[in-house]
Design a protein. Structure first.
Length: 636
């Protein structure tokens, strides 16, 4: 644990001890350090408020001033359980105790009159905690499972110095102002409706413009690289995902399998209630996902007429990934080495069952569209194809002013059982990723355990304008799905060979990418992406005819322009355009109408003076076609 992690871990203990001073009936669960701070989950009948947060933080500062020592004590397992009961914390702590492997030491840490089950380490004295701040209260299901009780989670942050803390709090203020959920509502970009379902994004017309422009942009680049566009359905046979391995490897994040209607009708004929059917279907689905023989578990209903549960659930699954469908397209016709590489691309929507507590606006959803593509190539083509994929990701990030990024190579963890395929294939795929990452000419990190179950990957972790990191573009090398689906092509030797599969998605998810862009640009999109590019502001009705003619001219040139014909004064119209973050506003008075000109106000540069309408239109077309960033955003 780093010194900063020790500080944050120690703060979580001071937080818990402060809570118990103020609320002795609180039952504690867990309080780890995090990448940005710390938290503690607790069960308390009293609903904590912002005022309580102030009281708790004040109590924490008292504990810090008391200069309490952190004292470690190793305890035998049976004594540990007794000590937890003595502390009155058995409701959750006994479960945490059971999580500790038999061969690991069980330790408690005490500071002042507070003792907690904990593996440590901590700072020596509470006086070392000089820069911390409690931030918020949220609900958190016990162990992250929404079927469990919802606890109260107190979030905080801590740093080694007060200066670092102040800088972090300033970044948090900026992040709150840029929150894509807030801006998305204000700018009318997207909507999430309870009756539609949490985690399911409704793209409003303005948001749809941004999405379509991004798709147009990437589609142009794909055509340059020789990709073919395909379309696939939103569901597929369950057996397809069993073959690919997505079922069961992603079993915890998939929607339940969909049984065939005739199977459900047969069950209904047997008198199975809807509740009983749902519960037993879920049970069999879990058994099949675990690779068990369904007949060895509970029978679906006690009636010999009911079909084999394996057949019952050999129905359909909402698509968790696009790759099995693309694989089937490749396999639908024979290929020779002369045909390769085959590059298939799709804006394909996939579905994941994310827990309610993990959903977050557009950045964590249950249905999302990937700018997905799969390349089927020979082993000798892998290096060149990877370089092409990485170049595409770099083009995307550079165009959008997101040039501050780092690269990580996700490798398999040899001690984990979550990976499929031959070790020799993994070695080749991992080395191919390393070589491709080196070709970027910049440092990269290797992270064991971050590979997909079928292959290693190269991720681009992008830093936005306020310093936050987002994992966006990804490229993966896969020697395994070709084996699982028995893919082949005829080589120059007239023998069958196995193609290598490369998965790549520069945006990743359209929903997540746009959510990140909203925050990165603070809703101030570059002209080519802006849902509304130009707004015309006539000073009076006397220039209405010229304003409408100018509007028609802009729209004929495929410019997204509107005309503000409200009777408000010019100042009110300008303020409205500013609030809606319109890149260009054109003020039209009598002089402009007579000279066929306009007075340009841009968000990037302010008042730019009078321009001839034709000259402005030419400039506008060039700026949009070049996908230029506004002058104030050109520097990372």
């Amino acid at each position: 644990m780093t010194p900063l992690e020790e500080i944050r871990h120690s703060c979580s203990h001071v937080l818990a001890s402060a809570v118990l001073r103020l609320f002795p009936d609180a039952k504690l669960d867990i309080g780890p350090p995090t990448d940005t701070g710390f938290y503690y989950d607790l069960d308390l009948d009293h609903k904590l408020s912002a005022e309580d947060l102030v009281r708790i933080e004040d109590e924490m500062r008292k504990i810090v001033k008391e200069n309490q020592a952190f004292v470690r004590k190793e305890v035998p397992r049976d004594e540990a359980a007794a000590l937890i009961r003595q502390l009155g914390q058995e409701r959750y702590k006994l479960g945490r105790l059971a999580d500790i492997p038999e061969n690991e030491a069980i330790t408690f840490y005490t500071n002042g009159d507070f003792t907690d089950l904990c593996g440590g380490p901590h700072v020596r004295y509470t006086s070392k905690l000089k820069a911390f701040k409690l931030l918020s209260i949220a609900g958190a299901y016990h162990r992250g499972n929404e079927k469990n009780k919802q606890l109260q989670r107190i979030y905080g942050t801590a740093f080694e110095t007060k200066e670092e803390l102040a800088a972090h709090l300033e970044r948090l203020e900026q992040a709150r102002a840029r929150d894509h959920r807030k801006l998305g509502k204000e700018l009318k970009l997207f909507h999430i409706d309870e009756e539609v379902g949490q985690g399911l994004v409704l793209w409003l017309p303005k948001g749809a413009v941004i999405r379509q422009e991004l798709q147009n942009f990437i589609s142009e680049e794909l055509r340059k690289q020789g990709y073919s566009q395909v379309f696939t359905p939103h569901i597929g046979k369950l057996s397809l995902y069993k073959t690919s391995g997505h079922f069961p490897y992603y079993k915890d994040s998939q929607f339940p399998a969909i049984a065939e209607p005739d199977a459900l009708a047969q069950l209904a004929d047997c008198g199975c209630s809807c509740a009983e059917l749902t519960a037993r279907l879920e049970g069999v689905s879990r058994q099949l996902a675990d690779g068990l023989n369904a007949r060895s578990g509970q029978t679906l209903i006690e009636d010999e007429r009911v079909m084999d549960p394996e057949r019952l659930l050999d129905g359909f699954l909402l698509k968790p990934m696009n790759c099995p469908h693309h694989i089937k397209i490749f396999a639908s016709q024979p290929h020779s080495y002369r045909d390769l590489p085959v590059r298939l691309a799709e804006f394909g929507t996939v579905y994941r069952w994310e827990q309610s507590g993990e959903l977050n606006g557009m950045t964590r959803v249950r249905a999302f569209t990937q700018d997905d593509a799969h390349i089927f190539c020979t082993e000798s083509q892998v290096a060149e194809e990877l370089i092409g994929c990485l170049a595409l990701v770099k083009t995307v990030l550079t165009t959008l002013g997101m040039g501050d990024y780092r690269v990580r190579v996700g490798l398999r963890d040899p001690d984990s059982g979550k990976y499929t395929g031959d070790a020799a294939h993994w070695d080749k795929a991992e080395e191919a990723c390393r070589q491709a990452a080196r070709s970027l000419g910049m440092p990269f990190t290797e992270e064991p355990g971050e590979a997909a179950f079928y292959g290693p990957k190269i991720d681009f972790v992008v830093k936005d304008v306020i310093g936050r990191e987002w994992q966006l573009g990804t490229v993966q090398v896969d020697y395994n799905l070709g084996v699982r689906f028995d893919l082949s092509y005829i080589g120059a030797d007239n023998q069958a060979h196995r193609p290598v599969l490369i998965h790549r998605a520069p945006f990743g998810s359209m929903e997540r990418f746009v959510g990140v862009l909203i925050e990165h640009f603070n809703g101030d999109f570059p002209l080519w992406l802006a849902p509304e590019q130009v707004r015309i502001l006539p000073i009076s009705d006397k220039v209405a005819d010229y304003s409408r003619a100018l509007l028609a001219k802009l729209r004929a040139a495929d410019i997204r322009a509107t005309l503000d014909e409200h009777s408000d004064k010019l100042g009110a119209k300008i303020r409205r355009a500013e609030l809606e973050k319109i890149p260009h506003t054109l003020v039209i008075g009598q002089k402009e109408a007579e000279q066929e000109s306009l007075s340009l106000r841009s968000r990037a540069l302010g008042d730019e003076g009078t321009l001839r309408a034709d000259d402005y239109l030419a400039r506008l077309k060039h700026e949009i076609a070049s996908r230029a960033l506004p002058p104030t955003r050109q520097q990372p």
